[in-house]
Write a new protein. Structure first.
Ligand code: PLP
Length: 394
């Protein structure tokens, strides 16, 4: 059966050139980057080249890149890294209600450890306002963490303005850029952030590897204790093949952005949205009024049940999702959509379509051709839709 993958915010397929870059590290160039013999030196050179490539994606210095096991570890390192250095129990941190659970659950743990956390709400457009972050500041605030792009809606957050708020208050600023990297240009100097999280598998690199940008002169307490890897900032033998793949994916993403790839994917996303909204009644693009990353569309289909839609589409060979992959199977409605003011029913009736570099206009048209039938079948089964819409027509 034909398979179309529109769930690239969950994970992206590895690009063939990324796989080719990784292959030798899994076979002949398998050295430990800490070994002093030739194999070790080769591995070290490969890791350092990847560090340059990842830094290039952010216009950062290579020495500011700390490789991690992925976005979750990067976010955890950012949230806990100042604890015991700059931040003590009794201090305060600011985050937002729409963060990924890698930040939210780390913040919850921080609260249990005696650090107060304020979660700034977003507007109905899915965007956090810098003035609300400003208003949440306290004399004891030490860290602000607000994501760059939301994983469910794609809404871009005003991270430059929030970073200004932080800088004027003398507070450190972290941004989770996992869903922004490789989709929109990022310059850490322009943002002015102290810490920024990346994950390779969201930009056509391998799963299980990521990085934290740590601004020069910023001291963090490592989460993992062991050897002096990553200049004492993250212990553990480097994931050589993963890091090399990440480096290649970052280099390709930099080229893709420079070549206008983001415009092309936005064109596909807009074609999908226009097609859905013109052929299916009572639909709405969640966060449609916000500036968004070019690949993401989150659509509310009145009268459907999201999980049913995902399964029906899967039976047609199409992968989409109801939101964050790590929340699938949960009966809770999306915390992001409810934070925007959607009712739990509306949140459960919302679907995320997220495109990747491999998707084509022909795939968009194929998906568009399947949706009306899937939606009308689900609506026929929905008592609330029947009560609202069908009764009057009988
Ligand atoms: N932050 C955001 C915004 C994400 O979307 C994700 C993954 O979905 C993560 C963090 C976690 O990244 P990883 O899967 O690499 O641990």
């Amino acid at each position: 059966m034909r398979r179309i993958y529109f769930d690239n915010n969950a994970t992206t397929p590895l690009l063939p050139r990324v796989f080719e870059a990784m292959r030798p590290c899994l076979l002949e160039s398998f050295g430990n980057a800490s070994s002093i013999h030739q194999r070790g030196q080769q591995a070290r050179a490969a890791v350092e080249q990847a560090r340059e490539q990842v830094a290039g994606l952010l216009s950062a210095r290579a020495s500011e890149i700390v490789f991690t096991s992925g976005g979750t570890e990067g976010d955890n390192l950012a949230v806990f890294g100042f604890l015991g250095i700059l931040m003590q129990p009794g201090d305060h941190m600011i985050s937002s209600t729409i963060e990924h659970h890698a930040v939210l659950n780390a913040c919850k743990r921080l609260e249990q450890m005696g650090v107060a956390v304020s979660y700034v709400a977003c507007g109905s457009d899915g965007v956090v306002r810098p003035e609300d972050v400003q208003a949440a500041l306290r004399p004891e605030t030490k860290l602000i963490s607000v994501m760059m792009a939301n994983n469910e809606t794609g809404a871009l957050q005003p991270v430059e303005a929030i970073s200004d708020v932080a800088r004027h208050a003398g507070v450190r600023f972290h941004t989770d850029a996992v869903q922004a990297a490789g989709k929109v240009p990022i310059e850490v100097e322009r943002i002015g952030c102290d810490l920024l999280t990346l994950s390779a598998h969201k930009l056509h690199g391998p799963q299980g590897v990521g990085a934290l940008f740590v601004r020069r002169g910023t001291h963090l307490r490592p989460l993992l204790l062991g050897g002096r890897h990553e200049r004492g900032r993250r212990a553990g033998t480097e994931n050589l093949a993963g890091i090399v793949g990440f480096g290649k994916a970052a280099e390709l993403a930099t080229e893709w952005l420079a070549g206008g790839g983001d415009q092309q994917i936005a064109g596909l996303r807009d074609r999908l949205e226009r097609g859905i909204c013109s052929t299916v009644e009572t639909t709405r693009v969640n966060a449609g009024a916000a500036a968004r990353v070019p690949n993401t569309s989150n659509i509310f289909f009145d009268g459907i049940e999201g999980e049913g839609f995902v399964i029906a589409m899967d039976l047609k060979g199409i992968s989409v999702s109801t939101g964050a992959a790590c929340s699938s199977g949960s009966t809770e409605p999306s915390h992001v959509l409810t934070a925007m003011g959607l009712s739990p029913e509306e949140a459960r009736a919302s679907i995320r379509f997220s495109l990747g570099k491999q998707n084509t206009a022909e795939e968009v048209d194929y998906v568009l051709a399947q949706i009306p039938e899937v939606v009308s079948k689900l609506r026929e089964l929905s008592p609330s839709w029947a009560a609202k819409h069908l009764a009057g027509r009988r």
